[in-house]
Write a protein that binds this ligand. Structure first.
Ligand code: OAD
Length: 243
C-alpha cells in the first residue's frame, strides 16, 4: 500500500490537469448512508431506484417527499470529513501550481463546497434546493407538515432539485464533466460503485483519452482492473495521504 500511495502522489505531483469524480462513499464517514450498501431503519425496504424517479413521485408524492425530507435531515447534521477536506486542499495546491482542477460529484449533499472546494460540478443536483414539479420554479422556503407543500407561483407540488432516474441532467453540467474527463492527465475516482450512467463512463472516457486513473474505494468496482493505481481503503483514511 505504501508503494501505491507513493505512485499515486507521484502521478498527482506531475499532473498538468486533474479531474476528480466522487460518489456516496466519500460522505459515508460523515454519516450519510451510501446507496448500494444496505440502508438502515425506516427506509431499508425501499430501493433508491424505486423512489428517485418522476413516476414514483407522481404515484406517491408524499412517500418520495418524506424520503427526501429524511435524507435532508441527515445531510443537515453532517459535517465534511477528512476526505472532503483533502480534496479541497488538493484543489488549492493545484491552483497554486497552475494545474487545472475540476471536482465532479454525484453527491447531492453539498459537503464538498462546505469543505472549501470551489470548482464543483454537481451532476445530480443538490438536495438542499427545492423546486416545483411541473415548472421547475425554484422555491426558497416551504412549510413542513402532513402534506407535500406546493409552489407559491403555480400551485404544483414541490420536489427536491435533484436529478432522478429517467431525467436528463442539465446539458452544460454534463458537458463540463465530460470535458474535464477528456482533457485531464490524472483522474481520481473516489467512493463510487461506477455503475450509474453517465457518471460511470467518465473514468473510462479519461482512460481512453490517455489519462492515468487512481481509484480510492474499500471495494473493487468495474473500474479497478483498469486503474493505474487502486487504493483499497476509505476516503477519509487515504485521501489525506495523497495531498
Ligand atoms: P453507491 O452506493 O453505488 O456506491 C458507494 C461506493 O462507495 C461503493 O463502491 C463503496 O464500496 C464505496 N465506499 C463505501 N464507504 C466508503 C468510504 N468510507 N470511502 C470510500 N469509498 C467508500 O454510490 P454512488 O456510486 O455514488 O443517483 O451511486 C451513484 C448514484 O446512484 C447516486 O448518485 C444516486 C444513486 O442512485 C441518483 O440518485 C440519480
Amino acid at each position: 500500500m505504501t508503494g501505491d500511495i507513493a505512485r499515486a502522489r507521484d502521478l498527482l505531483d506531475h499532473a498538468t490537469s486533474v479531474a476528480v469524480l466522487t460518489g456516496a462513499g466519500i460522505s459515508a464517514e460523515s454519516g450519510i448512508p451510501t446507496f448500494r450498501d444496505a440502508l438502515t431503519g425506516l427506509w431499508e425496504k425501499f430501493r433508491p431506484e424505486e423512489l428517485a424517479t418522476p413516476e414514483a413521485f407522481e404515484a406517491n408524492p408524499k412517500l418520495v417527499w418524506d424520503w427526501y425530507a429524511w435524507r435532508r435531515g441527515v445531510v443537515a447534521k453532517a459535517q465534511p470529513n477528512a476526505g472532503h477536506r483533502a480534496l479541497a486542499d488538493l484543489e488549492r495546491q493545484c491552483r497554486g501550481h497552475e494545474v487545472d482542477f475540476t471536482l465532479v460529484t454525484q453527491n447531492v449533499d453539498g459537503l464538498h463546497r462546505e469543505a472549501g472546494s470551489q470548482r464543483v460540478v454537481e451532476l445530480h443536483g443538490n438536495i438542499r434546493r427545492v423546486k416545483c414539479f411541473d415548472r421547475h420554479h425554484p422555491v426558497e422556503s416551504w412549510p413542513e407538515g402532513d402534506h407535500v407543500p406546493t409552489c407559491p407561483r403555480c400551485g404544483s407540488l414541490l420536489r427536491p432539485d435533484v436529478v432522478w432516474f429517467g431525467e436528463a441532467m442539465p446539458p452544460e453540467v454534463l458537458a463540463t464533466a465530460v470535458a474535464a474527463a477528456r482533457t485531464c492527465d490524472v483522474f481520481l475516482c473516489v467512493g463510487t460503485s461506477t455503475v450509474v450512467e453517465p457518471a460511470a463512463s467518465l473514468p473510462f472516457l479519461a482512460l481512453d483519452s490517455g489519462a492515468r486513473v487512481i481509484e480510492v474505494n474499500p471495494q473493487a468496482t468495474p473500474l479497478t482492473g483498469r486503474a493505474s493505481v487502486s487504493l483499497r481503503g476509505t476516503a477519509g483514511a487515504i485521501l489525506p495521504l495523497l495531498v
